[in-house]
Design a protein around this ligand. Sequence first.
Ligand code: NDP
Length: 328
Amino acid sequence: MGVFKAVVIDKTDSGQHVELKMVDDADLMDGDVAVRVSHSTLNYKDGLALTGKAPVVRRWPMIPGVDLVGTVESSSHPDFKLGDAVILNGWGLGETHLGAYAEKVRVKGDWLIPLPKGLAPHQAMAIGTAGYTAMLCLMALERYGLSPDRGPAIVTGAAGGVGSVAVALLAKAGWHVIASTGRPQEADYLKNLGAAEILDRSELSSPARPLNKERWAAGIDTVGSHTLANLLSMTKYAGAIAACGLAGGMDLPVTVAPFILRNVALLGVDSVMTPKPRRLEAWRRLVNELDLDKLASMTTSITLNQVLEAGRAIVEGKIRGRVVVTIT
Ligand code: NDP
């Protein structure tokens, strides 16, 4: 392939422009592995990059897309050879390094992990960064020592990508899951994923009191701002919330009361720079613990020429579950 198809974001004096076009191999960035991309996915961060709503893109022009699955085309990295099926999540892909909405990438082999046995390429991207982050959150809660006998677990932004996978994983691990959503019409969808209760997100979106009635022992928060503050103020003694998102805002208007009076912990979760051993563990567990029928029920598919429209929809909170981008 001398040229390949890609979504390209460029910036001029008149603003940001996104187009599907042919890119020359010579324009690919440095790396020791070239990958033929079969699928990518749509995460909230991809929506921010595509719409320019937040400064995700750090280099221009940029090919967005933070996740990929594909087949190695050439490699000088000792761990990967021609024909290997690989996954890449994060490491700056689609932000500082030309990304996944393309037929081809050239990347550092150190960023790649093998496609786990038992997962088809499209299933790996149905999981994507969103699903892998949901697993990192569950692992953070478990590392903190929490288990389902301690009380319920809440998930915010439950009908979104991270939220949907988090509901399914927590339920499978035996938790009584409270799914918080702004979309009451998705109650049946969330119950099918394993939610035991639905909580309207408006109950968590007003400014939080320092402490409130104790309602859950654990939580996975994708929303931030007042929602996260309310979660903390309602967490049971010695419980914890894993915070990974900012769909409702980047601020955190909270007091220290939950921390110093209830021994509550706030556990930060970043997927982009997570070291390889923890990534491998997360993917191993996803293969074993995520019900593939439930994954299919939360997944839709689009093509490269639909990503801009889908990117606009995800930042408006209109996408349910996960979106796979089929590339080749
Ligand atoms: P989605 O858009 O799929 O999900 C976000 C959900 O949040 C929406 O579906 C909606 O759920 C809810 N929501 C949206 N806007 C608001 C609002 N204004 N107030 C309250 N709730 C809102 O995105 P993803 O699942 O891909 O990502 C979720 C968050 O996690 C994002 O902020 C993303 O940046 C972050 N993230 C962080 C990662 C990390 O490494 N730390 C990795 C992956 C994601 P509902 O309709 O059910 O209320």
